[in-house]
Design a protein around this ligand. Structure first.
Ligand code: HEM
Length: 258
């Protein structure tokens, strides 16, 4: 009769179990892993809350939310969709930047080349353009949702104001991007904007100088719009979005019922 030795695996299943535990131990119970991830595996309510609270990206969200918050059927998470579009625009925008030079001699041809010569260039440009239209539509729909559910009322008034800033930034991003293809559509649209700026009471000339870098639309206007479009406005939008999301948490989560 075989004598069972304590601690030794009795069959293949147990052997695999011991091997699995060993791999798990080596991977997760070591200095490097634990210096990055402070909480344990998120399989208990406590560890799940710690995983959210100690993660740089997730910590803006509450660790616990009401059941109705995840029922997106009520709101379509329109703010979330707007944010998703912002992320898509950032990714496709960075890819477009590899091929586009903001110079009046090159801009138009570069866009043509993106459409015809660059692999997936047309897809990249179309996704960027359509997502930009989508972001404008969705930010308005999100605002209407907030308005019609009364989610702008106390204590969320400040977040409504942050939202208005985000709305303006979204429209400015859209407007500054419109000039970049340097085609007829862009040029005449900016000519209208230039005229509107110039007709500002008392400060018309100054407005044109600041926004367009001169009294005519040319290289100065293009480089200003480009810098605003790829750097200043996205950065400002990202900062205000972080405040917006953080505020939702500070204001006791989202308004209910949604
Ligand atoms: C780039 C633009 C914006 C982004 C990415 C954004 C994102 C979000 C997200 C993800 C939420 C969580 C709830 C949801 O998805 O519906 C939210 C809530 C909220 N947003 Fe926005 N938002 C933007 C613009 C606006 C605008 C234009 C307003 C109003 C003028 C606004 C006012 C609010 C308010 C008051 C809440 C809290 C709603 C509640 O507690 O139910 N946001 N936003």
């Amino acid at each position: 009769m075989a004598v069972e030795q304590p601690g030794r695996p009795r069959n293949t299943r147990e052997r695999f179990q011991i091997l699995g535990d060993l791999i798990y131990d080596k991977m997760f119970h070591n200095f490097v892993w634990q210096s990055i991830f402070r909480s344990g595996y998120p399989n208990t309510p406590r560890n799940q809350m710690l995983a959210v609270a100690t993660n740089v990206f997730l910590h803006l969200h509450p660790t616990r939310i009401h059941r109705t918050h995840v029922k997106i059927t009520h709101t379509y998470c329109l703010g979330g969709l707007t944010f998703f579009m912002f992320l898509m625009l950032t990714v496709t925008g960075v890819l477009l930047m590899f091929y586009y030079v903001p110079s009046v001699d090159r801009a138009y041809n570069d866009i043509q080349a993106i459409q015809t010569d660059v692999r997936f260039g047309q897809l990249m440009r179309n996704v960027h353009r359509w997502t930009a239209h989508g972001m404008v539509i969705f930010v308005f729909l999100h605002m209407f949702r907030v308005f019609y559910t009364g989610a702008y009322k106390a204590p969320r008034e400040f977040n409504w104001v942050v939202g208005v800033i985000l709305l303006v930034l979204t429209l400015l991003l859209s407007f500054t991007g419109y000039l970049l293809p340097w085609d007829q559509l862009a040029l005449w649209a900016i000519t209208v904007g230039h005229g509107i700026g110039g007709s500002a009471p008392y400060l018309g000339d100054e407005t044109q100088l600041v926004l367009f870098g001169g009294f005519e639309i040319g290289q100065n206007a293009l480089i200003r719009f480009y810098t605003l479009h790829v750097l200043a406005l996205p950065l400002a939008a990202a900062i205000f979005m972080a405040v917006h999301f953080w505020r939702i948490r500070r204001d006791g989560g989202m308004a209910r019922p949604l």
